[in-house]
Design a protein around this ligand. Structure first.
Ligand code: NAX
Length: 332
């Protein structure tokens, strides 16, 4: 059997981690033959709760789980890790705008960037889940100069999975039949969920989603808004933010990053922008990517309609504004 891989989950006493830790520890992400040592980071007041999580992980009697390291010390948490799920942050509460979160959260990601730089493996793959995820990932990468910037990504996979579920329901096919949905831009209400390049398998043949849906007005309005506002809808119903689905999305993201995407298929990830599709450079922007041997590559050459262009510009502008605000907060 392979050597155990060290994986850190921050916010380990929180609600997303409660689902995520089980998925990771039972092999959903790194495969059924990869033993793991889980490092669990949270803040000092949560150490009691974390102890309960550690007990439950032990009580799951999971064969792949070779060790658990609970801690409130980033130096211990990030030591020698190959993968990092940065979940810990202040979650969005009912009625709270994402921008309110920026100030509280960018400082956390500066500290964690510095700790990754000092203690993690140099090829660590970092997935930022904590909001505002894109800008937190950007800040984190800036404070970890010894780690390649492409190793810092932000999660828009939950939005992609939500989009996929909406399309599957509309066409009335199982969700696994639908793929190549794109989330462009920020993980916020300005994101652009785009079905124009999506495909659906019907009776063994692959068709374009817009051709099957035959309702461009719905794709440009109800579909986009439903996905954009799904997080708020879950909060309204549950009185808490998405957790099980967020954990599943984090698993999907990291699994594809480690194990690669299927032929002809792409997934969406917030990655450092090189200006593709007219997006602003040097922000973490969600693009469609393919992944091979642990390296992502932005899918090129997709046609962008005038409608899409407008929405891409809006979300790009928001990310530039967030970057500016974040830098001001940190430098103040
Ligand atoms: P919880 O409040 O349940 O858990 C967060 C945990 O993080 C808490 O245990 C807290 O003590 C811990 N924490 C706070 N500061 C920390 C620090 N400096 N180091 C380590 N741990 C720290 O929130 P939860 O529902 O689990 O959500 C976590 C984050 O995910 C939030 O920022 C939330 O907004 C974000 N989300 C991101 C999504 C995405 O698609 N990118 C979707 C789901 C979710 O809303």
């Amino acid at each position: 059997m392979a050597e155990p891989l060290r994986v850190v989950v921050t916010g380990a006493a929180g609600q997303i981690a409660y689902s995520l830790l089980y998925m990771v520890a039972k092999g959903d992400v790194f495969g059924p033959n990869q033993p793991l040592i889980l490092h669990l980071l949270d803040i000092p007041p949560m150490m009691g709760v974390l102890e309960g999580v550690v007990m439950e992980l032990a009580d799951c009697a999971l064969p792949l789980l070779h060790g658990v390291v609970p801690t409130d010390d980033p130096a211990v948490a990030f030591n020698n890790v190959s993968a990092a799920f940065l979940v810990g942050a202040m979650p969005r509460k009912q009625g709270m705008e994402r921008k309110d979160l920026l100030s509280a959260n960018v400082k956390i990601f500066k500290v964690q960037g510095e700790a990754l730089d000092k203690y993690a493996k140099k090829d660590v793959k970092v997935l930022v889940v904590g909001n505002p995820a894109n800008t937190n990932a950007l800040i984190c990468s800036r404070y970890a100069p010894s780690i390649p910037r492409e190793n810092f990504t932000a999660m828009t996979r939950l939005d992609q999975n939500r989009a996929q579920a909406q399309i599957a329901a509309k066409i009335n096919v199982p969700v696994r039949k639908v793929s190549n949905l794109i989330i462009w831009g920020n993980h916020s209400s300005t994101q652009f969920p785009d079905a124009s390049h999506a495909v659906v398998e019907v009776n063994g043949s692959v068709s374009s989603v817009p051709e099957v849906v035959k309702d461009q007005a719905w794709l440009n309005s109800v579909f986009v808004e439903t996905v954009q506002k799904r997080g708020a809808a879950v909060i309204n119903a549950r009185k808490m933010s998405s957790a099980m689905s967020a954990a599943k999305a984090a698993s999907d993201h990291m699994k594809d990053w480690f194990l690669g995407t299927a032929p002809e298929r792409f997934v969406s990830m917030g990655v450092l922008s090189d200006g593709s599709y007219g997006a602003p450079k040097d922000v973490v922007f969600s693009f469609p990517v393919t992944i091979k041997a642990g390296k992502w590559e932005i899918v090129q050459g997709l046609k962008i309609s005038d409608f899409a262009r407008q929405l891409l510009d809006v979300t790009g502008k928001e990310l530039e504004e967030e970057r500016q605000e974040a830098i001001q907060i940190i430098e103040a």
